[in-house]
Design a protein. Structure first.
Length: 282
């Protein structure tokens, strides 16, 4: 019995060249199979919308758009989206929706977000995107009970702002009519500063409450949904075909080396088998 000689780089190269037909066949097989799968795959159209949002607003918008009540409402308008169960329909629609930061802002604090909807039909992709945006904007508006509560708070803040502004004007008027300069200005400065600070806080709160009453403005939609015309799957066809061919080539090389190793191992064990037979014949 003789031991098999270890593989060298030369042996590897010789094995690969000698079985190049195997590698080529593997490349053709994998690339052809991938091409066949791609030819039977449905087209994919991507509708892209750009929104001007903060990171917190974008997270909230995505959560609302993926809410079951929103997805069910949209699926009811497009029968082609429905699956066997409501849960399966929601899973499919969730795969169709993608949120991402606009490429140019990925190294900055994001203020622009890209919202994509994928579908086999370009018109339906645009309509789904429009419906998602409409329902999201509608959900940001307060419900009747909340709206009434906000309106009461706004009325209270407006009254408080009016009273505070009157006090500020009174203090400023008194400071201007002092007969002796700087006699009471030190005493008035403290209360006046507190009133001015309070008024700024009231204005800020009033602005925030008025915004909550109207919900998110449609002005945040910088680039509205448009009709996609290119099949996104076809754009990556060449790259996918190259990747499939590369995988086939790698597998072909491994098979060639494995066959070479098996052949050498069989040859190494052959003399030992013959010698054993001769001894048994004696």
């Amino acid at each position: 019995m003789s031991e098999a000689r270890p593989f060298t780089i030369t042996d590897w190269v010789t094995a690969i060249i000698g079985r190049s037909w195997l590698i080529l066949g593997s490349v053709v097989l994998f690339a052809g199979a991938w091409a066949l799968v791609e030819s039977r795959s449905p087209p994919v159209y991507i509708n892209t919308t750009v929104l001007a949002l903060s990171a917190e607003q974008a997270a909230e918008a995505e959560s609302l758009m993926r809410a079951p009540v929103v997805l069910d409402s949209i699926a009811a308008k497009f029968p082609a989206l429905r699956n066997e169960t409501p849960e399966a329909t929601r899973r499919r629609m969730n795969r169709q929706i993608e949120w991402s930061i606009v490429l140019a802002q990925r190294k900055l604090k994001p203020t622009l977000f890209q919202f994509d909807v994928k579908d086999q039909d370009p018109g339906r992709a645009q309509q789904i995107a429009n419906n998602l945006i409409d329902q999201w904007l509608e959900l940001t508006k307060p419900k009747p009970i909340t709206q009434a509560r906000v309106e009461v708070e706004i009325s209270r803040l407006e009254k408080q702002l009016k009273e505070t502004s009157a006090l500020v004007e009174k203090f400023q008027g008194e400071a201007k009519t002092l007969l002796v300069p700087n006699s009471l200005q030190g005493e008035l400065a403290g209360p006046l500063f507190r009133l001015l600070t309070e008024r700024e806080q009231i204005v800020s709160r009033l602005t925030e409450r008025r915004g909550a009453l109207s919900g998110v403005s449609r002005e945040i939609v910088l680039s509205p949904p448009t009709l996609p015309v290119e099949n996104a799957a076809a754009l990556t066809y060449t790259r996918s075909l190259f990747v499939a061919g590369a995988i086939g080539a790698a597998i072909g090389v491994l098979l060639a080396l494995m066959l070479e190793w098996l052949g050498r191992s069989r040859a190494a064990f052959a003399p030992a088998s013959g010698g054993l037979g001769a001894r048994s014949g004696l």
